[in-house]
Write a protein that binds this ligand. Structure first.
Ligand SMILES: *Cc1c(COP(=O)(O)O)cnc(C)c1O
Length: 831
């Protein structure tokens, strides 16, 4: 070690070990951090230590861009976007930062010089699982695009101590393990203890008259916690801009005049301080109704108030701007209703704390916020029981009543003699006891409301927000989701990146529409050969991972048919399972039958309290255990349930797919983003006309997309006239046989009870109409097998899919948000 540092002080001019981008400079920086930050002698250094050292060296380099970026926007000469999201599913940071800084190769060389392999070092990173799935990952993709498009922005969220649980599969069942992502430390975050705000909770309100004679209200919280900020750098690709993600963590507040202190109950006070920190303890699953309600509301309010106070501090104290300019300097986006309490909180801060007149405060609020809706599923629309809300946030409830009074007065004026409409639109619902409707609060408090795919935005206007659309048609729009091609193409599919770069240059990384230049190569035999070699290598890479995690061996020449996403009845993993059983049945009953061999790969977590989703996992693993070990069928079929699907292993999954399963019931999936990641990587989609599938098919061309199933209109009609699954079973002998196989215990060692709940739901009360789409799905899958047999044709289709995936870059989506909602332009940064 002394040797290394001696050489370093001789060779590297002062400061370069923090900024230099060459392999030599990085090597010196890693050695520096091993000595001064990791503090371990050379004899005991682990790969994990090298990971941390390289991460710290990279963070130093980010900081040289981060501080100038922050300094440049702090005067607010440019408008800033704030993306409020209860989830940011960022994924591993090191590889992405190396890519965006353009120093992947220098880092590889530096580590090699130190006897380390970059890939092994990258594998050490524990990803921050601070999100459930698509919604949290979307927020992360948007931060990447905001930085790359040089838009000044801050992401605000929650630093959960425990993120989404780790999933293990034991005997085919999901087991949850707590996610301890901070156990080895987090080199990317910078703790800012001086950046802290108070967040109240419960208590009561008081009215008073201030010295100027104005009537005022103050909230006297029952207790208060402190929110402290942890900042993470978000480096744009190929630009100096480096934005900020601020995540709030709850702490006990020191020496606050707690009631317990006043009454002398010291130990009760200490106890309360300990419980303060539970607010940001754990991320809740998004698809589990009625769990942890109170704490969830506490989390939402906590991160929202810290974020708004931070915005106001910068606006008033740092930039010295007047409050009325807030909407000119800041665009605050609500990622679903999770942060929608922000509407009431900004009103409280403006009216109660800054003594702004109500009407002006409301004008500021509405012009500041935009709201993105992510779901039409009624069970997923957030409402809070009135009593819980009143106990937790009494002042906010008063404010919501006041907003409601003003708002409903407007409704009555616009639509006289329509009391039904007034009660439908009220912020206070009567559905099963009085409640606060958060989607209504977000809608009323925002100047723009958008859905996340063309179809979804239309359905929003026609269903859950129809009344609001009729009131304010100009407020509604669509911005189809996107994903970042840096992470989901360049970083996770280096083989394809190189092929693209050599063929059309690297402009596609920042303008994904440029992939269209690949279209002519779909006919080029040389390109086709290299395209197939890349896909084959990606399939081998995934096969190796599958083998080490599950013990199952896969043949990379087989078709990889993949469905990875949260397990949910509306996403219909069980429909996919019915296809596998159909093929099993054919192979068993028709000896000598030859079919194109396929491996079915599933991945995804089920919410811990979602009974049916967990049974669907068991259905898949049970079929897998039978199929994989039956020599009659395992020459043609393999079934894998990949445990613990997350961003890190997603990097291996999407690039290896031949077929992407996007089979939700039409009208249920708002957009989907997994569908886009598959398309970019050249998978063909089998899908319904749902969410962004519609646009994927439009872009790819109908002839390059495998369509099946009922349309939204047909689904609605079937549900209106009465869906009778028995009709479909009686009409279809193959379906009858398939259900019989599951029912008689073929996949469960004769046990006829384990999978009964799944069967019963399919056969008796399935709101997602799986059996209604069965015949169409199987027919489509048979067509897919025939096309797969024509390998040149398949490759051509898959190249055209990748070449036409430009629309689904998050850069396109963020440009639309900036132009249509935020009015935020680019900001140059001088280093
Ligand atoms: C993209 C992504 C999702 C969303 O997948 P959908 O198919 O759109 O539901 C969920 N989880 C992870 C880890 C992802 O990367």
């Amino acid at each position: 070690m002394t040797d290394v540092t001696d050489r370093q002080t001789q060779e590297i001019p002062t400061g370069l070990s923090r900024t230099g981008m060459t392999a030599n400079a990085l090597k010196a920086a890693i050695s520096d951090h091993l000595l001064y930050s990791i503090c371990r002698p050379a004899a005991v250094l682990t790969t994990q230590n090298y990971y941390t050292a390289l991460a710290l060296a990279v963070r130093d380099r980010l900081q040289g861009r981060w501080m100038p970026t922050t300094q440049t926007f702090l005067d607010l000469s440019k408008k800033v976007t704030c993306y409020l999201s209860a989830e940011f599913l960022m994924g591993p940071q090191l590889g992405n930062n190396l890519l965006n800084l353009g120093i992947e190769e220098s880092a590889r060389e530096a580590l090699a010089d130190l006897g380390q392999d970059l890939d092994a070092v990258l594998a050490c990173e524990e990803e921050p699982g601070l999100g459930n799935g698509g919604l949290g990952r979307l927020a992360a993709c948007y931060l990447d695009s905001l930085a790359t498009l040089q838009r000044p922005s801050i992401g605000y969220g929650i630093r959960y101590e425990f993120g989404i649980f780790d999933q293990e599969i034991h005997e085919g069942w999901q087991i949850e393990r707590t996610d301890n992502w901070l156990s080895s430390g987090n080199p990317w975050e910078v703790y800012k203890p001086d950046m802290n705000y108070s967040a109240g909770w419960a208590g009561h309100t008081e009215q008073y008259v201030d010295v100027a004679g104005h009537f005022r209200v103050r909230w006297v919280p029952g207790h208060v916690v402190k929110g402290v900020g942890y900042d993470t750098a978000v480096q744009g690709y190929g630009v100096p801009n480096c934005n900020t993600l601020t995540l709030w963590s709850a702490r006990a507040i020191e020496s606050f005049a707690l009631e317990a202190f006043n009454t002398g109950d010291y130990y009760k006070a200490v106890e309360q301080e300990v419980t303060a920190e539970t607010v940001t303890k754990v991320l809740y699953p998004n698809d589990e109704p009625e769990i942890g309600k109170r704490l969830r509301l506490a989390q939402q309010y906590f991160f929202v108030t810290c974020s708004l106070q931070d915005i106001l501090r910068i606006h008033l104290e740092v930039a010295g701007r007047p409050l009325r300019e807030l909407p000119d300097q800041w665009a605050v986006q609500l990622n679903d209703t999770h942060p929608s309490i922000a509407v009431a909180e900004l009103m409280r801060l403006l009216v109660d704390e800054h003594h702004v007149h109500w009407d002006e405060a409301w004008d500021i609020t509405v012009r500041t916020f935009g709201y993105t809706n992510h779901t039409l599923l009624p069970e997923a629309l957030e409402t809070w029981p009135l009593r819980l809300f009143d106990e937790s946030l009494p002042r906010h409830l008063e404010i919501i009543y006041e907003i409601n009074n003003h708002f409903l007065e407007q409704v009555r004026t616009r639509f006289p003699d329509d009391p039904d409409r007034v009660s439908r639109m009220s912020l206070i619902g009567e559905d099963g006891g009085k409640c606060v409707r958060m989607a209504h609060l977000a809608t009323v408090g925002s100047h723009r409301i958008n859905g996340v795919a063309a179809l979804h935005s239309e359905l929003l206007k026609a269903s859950v927000l129809k009344d609001f659309y009729e009131m304010w048609p100009d407020r509604f729009g669509n911005i189809t989701n996107g994903v970042t091609p840096r992470r989901f193409l360049a970083l996770s599919n280096p083989g394809l990146r190189d092929l693209f770069n050599e063929t059309i240059g690297d402009g596609w990384l920042t303008d994904l529409y440029k992939l269209r230049e690949l279209e002519p190569y779909a006919e080029d035999p040389e390109f086709l050969k290299r395209w197939r070699a890349v896909k084959r290598a990606n399939k081998s890479r995934l096969a190796e991972y599958v083998h080490t995690t599950t013990g199952i061996e896969l043949d990379p020449t087989w078709m990889y048919d993949i469905q990875v996403k949260r397990i949910h009845e509306y996403k219909r993993q069980h429909l996919n399972a019915l296809h596998i059983v159909t093929l099993y049945h054919r192979l068993k009953t028709q000896p000598g039958l030859v079919i194109p061999p396929r491996v079915f790969i599933f991945g995804g977590k089920a919410a811990p309290g979602y009974f049916m989703a967990k049974r669907i996992i068991k259905l898949i693993t049970a079929i897998g255990a039978t199929v994989n070990n039956d020599p009659d069928v395992n020459r043609f079929l393999r079934v894998v349930f990949l445990p613990n699907f997350n961003v890190k292993n997603a990097h291996l999954v999407y690039p290896a797919a031949n077929l992407s399963e996007q089979i939700s019931t039409a009208g249920k999936e708002a957009s989907g983003t997994g569908n886009m990641k598959f398309m970019m990587n050249g998978a063909l989609t089998v899908g319904t006309l749902d969410g962004a599938n519609v646009e994927i098919r439009e872009e790819a061309g109908a002839e390059n997309f495998f369509l099946f199933g009922l349309t939204v209109e047909e689904v609605e009609q079937l549900q209106a006239t009465g869906y009778r699954p028995a009709d479909y079973i009686e009409r279809n002998a193959e379906l009858t046989a398939v259900l019989q196989l599951i029912s008689d215990g073929t996949f469960t060692h004769g046990d006829t009870e384990i999978l009964r709940p799944v069967l019963d739901s399919l056969v008796f009360h399935d709101p997602f109409l799986a059996l209604a789409d069965y015949a169409s799905y199987i027919e489509c899958q048979d067509r897919i097998s025939r096309v797969w047999n024509d390998r040149d044709h398949w490759s051509k289709m898959s190249i055209l899919n990748a070449a036409r995936s430009g629309k689904f870059s998050s850069d396109r989506a963020i440009r639309e948000y900036c132009d249509e909602i935020w009015n935020v332009g680019p900001m140059g940064v001088n280093l």
